[in-house]
Design a protein around this ligand. Sequence first.
Ligand code: HEM
Length: 351
Amino acid sequence: MIQAKALRIFALLALLVCGVAGLPADVTAQQSGAVPGDSLGLNSDSDLWRYVRTGNAGSTQMKDELAAVMIQSEGDNWRALRNGPISAIGAFGLFIVIFVLGLFYMVRGRIKIDAGPSGKTILRFGTIDRFAHWLMAGSFVILAITGLNMLYGRNVLLPVIGKDAFAAFTAFGKYAHNFLAFAFMVGLALSFFLWVRHNIPNKVDLQWLKMGGGIVKKGVHPPAKKFNAGQKIIFWAVMIGGLSVSMSGIALMFPFQTTMFADTFAMLNTVGFNLPTSLTPLQEQQYNQIWHGFVSLVLIIMIMAHIYIGSVGMEGALDAMNSGHVDRNWAKEHHSLWVEEEDQKAAKPAE
Ligand code: HEM
């Protein structure tokens, strides 16, 4: 009995001695912050974890650049923003603009040529102007439809047309979106160079704005040159928004190559902002996507009003982009100063 007890105590002591003798390397190493084998130790765990949690890439033998990123927590924020406020505000905006335009049509009706068509026309846009407009407009409409499908299609279109048709449409739409983006950029650049000189703001625009463009009351026609203030707003929104959408779109097409947001944030920080400037390549992509979607939605909402007023909303307007020739009475009512300029030019003897 005593023997057995002594044996147990001995065994315990032996274990303790062996254990202590065997452990010291690990214990001392861990307490001093290093781990045997020179791997990262306890001291670095928080740094390492922060590095991993904030979407930084490690190294991998895999070809896929994303495979080196273990955790991309910002992805949760991006998804919440895209599927939450961006989608909701966009849908609300689209609904509101359709509602307001419908209401406006019901109350005001089609804006007629007050003096009636004169039967005489004046050239408003030449072939190159109309080509630029329709290149930009046609590609924009397809970009808008395929883009909206990317944001809302799964919830709106899929239940209506079914999985197979939705998959085919979305795959086709993705190619159309990527390739037609370049047609849009060409149309945008062309329109800019053709029309920028007519879109410099001037005093006449203030008067036009003060009179609400004359679109609410019948018979009110504020003077305007080739483009009125409302059109100038559309022009600059399309040019600036279009450029921004194009740049963010290119960044999405060729991922991980740009640092546009970090650079923009750094610039904004010089005027008092406090925005993050060390963004991981994935964060850059997420900012690009959110910005691309947001600006596109704003443009689509704006352009819907433009399409309305350029077609069903106003008698005689579409002719400008159709044949290029508009009725003189339409031109006198909406662009009186431009008609005067054109008449003066026509009256001048050729040099
Ligand atoms: C698809 C339907 C569209 C129709 C029926 C339409 C119609 C028109 C018309 C009639 C004009 C000439 C207005 C005038 O003579 O003063 C015009 C001008 C213009 N359009 Fe369009 N458009 C369409 C789409 C677009 C799109 C998608 C964009 C841009 C993304 C666009 C951008 C412009 C710009 C910048 C101008 C010159 C400034 C202005 O009149 O506001 N259009 N459009």
